[in-house]
Design a protein around this ligand. Sequence first.
Ligand code: HEC
Ligand code: HEC
Length: 128
Amino acid sequence: MYNAGKIIPGLLIFLGLVTFPFWSNLGRAYDVPELVMPEAEEECVLAGDWMRANHMILLDDWRDLAVRDNKRLFTNDAGKRFDMSLTKTCLSSQCHANKDTFCDRCHDALAITPNCWDCHVVPTIGEE
Ligand code: HEC
Ligand code: HEC
């Protein structure tokens, strides 16, 4: 016969240990690292706060629109138009020309590696 008195507490301790990485992070926001903002441009394609939370959704949309539907112009709320392009818009010399001191600071802090740059070129700083 098995001994429920030992197995059940043992199981609970085991569950607590294996799920520790999940609940120990509950409610903890990551510290946003220091970011170098563009000098030439004051505003992103959409509001900065919105972009901080949702840029990944916008970029996935841009990718799908450009690659699948060949739609390559994005018009923002203010009627301003942008090329839907990672390299030519987001990482242009006017904007986040330095991926290391902007995009990568957050992604490294979060230990995520968006796969975009497996294919897309990271512009060399100082070039268009
Ligand atoms: C497997 C290779 C590959 C990966 C990974 C990839 N792309 Fe692309 N992407 C392409 C190719 C090929 C095109 C087509 C180039 C064109 O038609 O201008 C493209 C075009 C685009 C475009 C429009 C054109 C431009 O100048 O940027 C956007 C925006 C885009 N991708 C975003 C992304 C994003 C965001 C990611 C990561 C989440 C990503 N891509 C990952 C290969 C890739
Ligand atoms: C303020 C912090 C921050 C900055 C700055 C930042 N990111 Fe992100 N990025 C995130 C977070 C958080 C996620 C979401 C991670 C998740 O959902 O797993 C993310 C995810 C992404 C993804 C989606 C990856 C995927 O596989 O779906 C892309 C693409 C991306 N970022 C591109 C960029 C680019 C390009 C820049 C610079 C122009 C940038 N990010 C700057 C925090 C940031």
